[in-house]
Design a protein around this ligand. Structure first.
Ligand SMILES: *[C@@H]1O[C@H](CO)[C@@H](O)[C@H](O)[C@H]1NC(C)=O
Ligand SMILES: *[C@@H]1O[C@H](CO)[C@@H](O)[C@H](O)[C@H]1NC(C)=O
Ligand SMILES: *[C@@H]1O[C@H](CO)[C@@H](O)[C@H](O)[C@H]1NC(C)=O
Ligand SMILES: *[C@@H]1O[C@H](CO)[C@@H](O)[C@H](O)[C@H]1NC(C)=O
Ligand SMILES: *[C@@H]1O[C@H](CO)[C@@H](O)[C@H](O)[C@H]1NC(C)=O
Ligand SMILES: *[C@@H]1O[C@H](CO)[C@@H](O)[C@H](O)[C@H]1NC(C)=O
Length: 581
């Protein structure tokens, strides 16, 4: 587009919004603003961490799984080495007005909420961390342009008013603060994309109209869904006159089945898996060769993914993002990785892998099954001993990646090489004499100790020594009762968590997603985390969801839920049956 038509569009947008809405009182700021280019901003913020499920909770901070934000969390995150905190904020339930949704044309945001957001921004930037403030779940609460009959005029007006108020409140914050137009805006078609591109322009217009340091502030612009493919297909720079340095932000939760615990897909890391991720990243990079890119969300959560597969994913995704010069901000909903109350990472090895790979260091990783057609899944993230078996040497294959094993520590004791363990090629062999300290045929199932394996370079890897037996139930049947989730008490007898859950009707057919019959033996009939089953840290139980119970009732016959644990080998499961009238 030539400069004159750009200018005319800018004018018409000004008339459209300024004419109709705001009194013009551009903020003037005390102090100096240190301008930063988008490229510098993007490279300085990586790796970053998301303050998920906090200010973005629907309807209010504290309503999801986290208590109100505490300042100490940012000390913890900074101490861990993160350079930035993405700050998702949902504004939808913080407009003033009778319905708490605000009234056209003012759409006034509650000043206390603006202040709360500003205070949290200050908590982050006062620690010299970078931050990205956004408009988060509003994208589906009121700004969804794909809804049949959506009032686009209302969405545009409200979006402008919202960003004008955020831009005014945060007009004078430092250049460590960036604004991201809107989180994951729904959109599939060219028409949706045109509207989302327009929303990026309205956002730019609003923050620039608000003044202060905003015309120089780094912004993050987005495409439909913040999806790498649709962003590549449809993103167009909006036709407004702006000077902001800009980056494009996208999110990556792929492959869906592995990342979301669907259909028993606990395996990841084959050459094909890696090639698919590499292609996705190379495509978005090649579509935007001159634009700084931010991967603003990604995560296979340790709540429901297998450990060795997860570590491979952390390593490969982080290395690939680095190869394509894409900044990396990990999602964390407060229940995934960082335990804010306990001030510890639930999977410190994953975080170490992330930092090492971000710095370009090659990690050594425990190997694990990559063949999705395998009948069992091995994982060198654990030394598994079956209850009742005699203790034997255990061979744990590793992908050393040109490093060598430097030491293995058990608590404060270093294991002796040649005595307690040997290294043979890529294998770490834990000797039975050492394992007998923790394992015996009669040892009670559970996690017995955690070894820390260090290498000549890269992350230290924590391996758990586990005695396992099949999980057991207090009771193995009940009648299907509609309307509520069912919590089934389970004694896990090993790692302490489920791997997945299958569901078969009495007549042998699969309860949900019967096409899984075509998948490998570890996936046939398996259901999906959150949709049909649930689990949380430390729970000696599994949840069968109300939605799954409804399917049982609709099927009209007893249905058996096969609850499976790690290691995924035949027999490491227990069955629970729901009966119907
Ligand atoms: C665009 O904005 C800049 C900075 O606000 C201003 O100097 C310039 O004149 C504007 N250009 C047009 C064509 O409006
Ligand atoms: C759409 O929203 C605008 C602005 O709020 C309002 O004036 C108009 O009446 C709405 N249109 C419909 C059909 O509701
Ligand atoms: C842009 O992205 C699309 C969608 O991922 C892809 O098909 C296309 O090959 C990419 N273009 C370039 C130049 O890489
Ligand atoms: C099994 O039961 C379902 C009803 O839940 C029915 O639709 C299906 O045809 C049955 N299949 C077989 C093989 O009997
Ligand atoms: C349930 O437990 C009883 C004994 O308590 C056993 O006979 C039955 O086979 C079990 N059913 C299933 C489905 O495991
Ligand atoms: C559990 O149920 C599945 C599916 O009905 C069946 O194949 C398996 O043998 C059962 N396992 C046990 C221990 O009863």
């Amino acid at each position: 587009m030539n400069p004159i038509s750009k200018w005319l569009l800018a004018i018409s947008l000004c008339v459209l919004f300024l004419g109709a809405t705001v009194a013009q009182s551009q903020e003037t700021c005390p102090g100096e603003f240190e301008p930063i280019s988008a490229a510098d901003f993007v490279s300085a913020l990586s790796p970053g961490w998301n303050l998920g499920n906090s200010l973005d909770a629907v309807e209010d901070e504290g309503d999801w799984n986290n208590p109100p934000v505490e300042e100490v969390t940012f000390d913890d995150i900074k101490a861990a080495g993160f350079k930035s905190v993405r700050l998702p904020v949902t504004w939808a339930y913080h407009f003033t007005g009778s319905s708490n949704t605000g009234d056209s044309p003012d759409w006034t945001v509650n000043p206390e909420w603006l202040q709360r957001v500003a205070d949290v921004v200050e908590m982050i930037t006062s620690r010299d961390l970078y931050t990205i403030v956004n408009v988060h779940h509003d994208s589906w609460v009121w700004a969804d342009v794909t809804v049949e009959g959506a009032n686009i005029t209302m969405i545009e007006e409200k979006f402008y008013r919202l960003w004008y108020q955020i831009g005014t409140k945060l007009a004078c914050v430092s250049s460590r603060v960036a604004f991201e137009s809107i989180n994951e805006p729904p959109g599939d078609t060219e028409e949706h994309a045109t509207e989302i591109n327009k929303l990026n322009g309205i956002f730019l217009q609003a923050i620039n109209d608000a003044g202060g340091f905003n015309p120089q502030r780094v912004v993050n612009l987005v495409g439909p869904g913040q999806d790498s493919i649709k962003t590549s297909q449809f993103f167009k720079l909006p036709d407004v006159n702006f000077t902001n340095p800009y980056a494009i932000q996208f999110h990556y939760y792929s492959p869906y089945d592995y990342v979301f615990g669907a259909w028993g897909k606990t395996i990841w890391g084959s050459d094909d898996d890696k090639a698919a991720l590499d292609l996705d990243f190379s495509n978005i990079r090649n579509n935007f060769t001159d634009t700084p890119l931010i991967l603003g969300e990604w995560l296979p959560s340790p709540v429901h993914t297998e450990t060795a597969a997860r570590w491979k994913y952390f390593d490969f995704l982080t290395t690939t993002a680095r190869n394509y010069d894409i900044a990396n901000i990990m999602w964390d909903n407060g229940n995934d990785l960082f335990d804010r109350a306990a001030h510890v990472f639930r999977d410190p090895t994953a975080v170490d892998i992330l930092f090492q790979a971000s710095a370009g260091v090659k990690n050594s990783l425990p190997d694990s099954t990559v063949d999705i057609n395998a009948a069992e899944q091995f994982s060198s993230a654990y030394a598994f001993h079956k209850f009742g078996d005699e203790v034997a040497d255990q061979t744990l294959p590793f992908l050393l990646n040109r490093n060598v094993v430097a030491s293995i520590i058990d608590g404060s004791t270093e294991l002796t090489k040649g005595g307690d363990y040997e290294v043979a090629g890529g294998n770490i062999v834990l000797k039975s004499a050492f394992l007998s300290r923790y394992f015996s045929p009669t040892e009670t199932p559970g996690i017995k100790t955690t070894l820390t394996v260090s290498f000549s370079a890269g992350a230290s890897i924590q391996i758990q020594l586990v005695v396992w037996d099949a999980p057991t139930l207090e009771s193995n049947t009940s009648k299907a009762v509609p309307g509520a989730d069912l919590v089934v008490p389970v004694t896990w007898n090993g790692v302490g968590k489920p791997a997945t859950m299958a569901a078969f009707k009495e007549n042998g057919t699969i309860l949900v997603d019967d096409w899984t019959m075509w998948l490998g033996p570890l996936q046939q009939g398996r259901t999906t985390f959150n949709s049909q089953w649930g689990w949380d840290w430390g729970r000696e139980s599994i949840t069968i969801t109300a939605a799954a119970i409804d399917l049982v009732i609709a099927g009209g016959q007893p249905t058996t839920f096969m609850i499976e644990a790690y290691p995924r080998v035949p027999g490491n499961s227990v069955n629970y049956t729901l009966t119907v009238e």
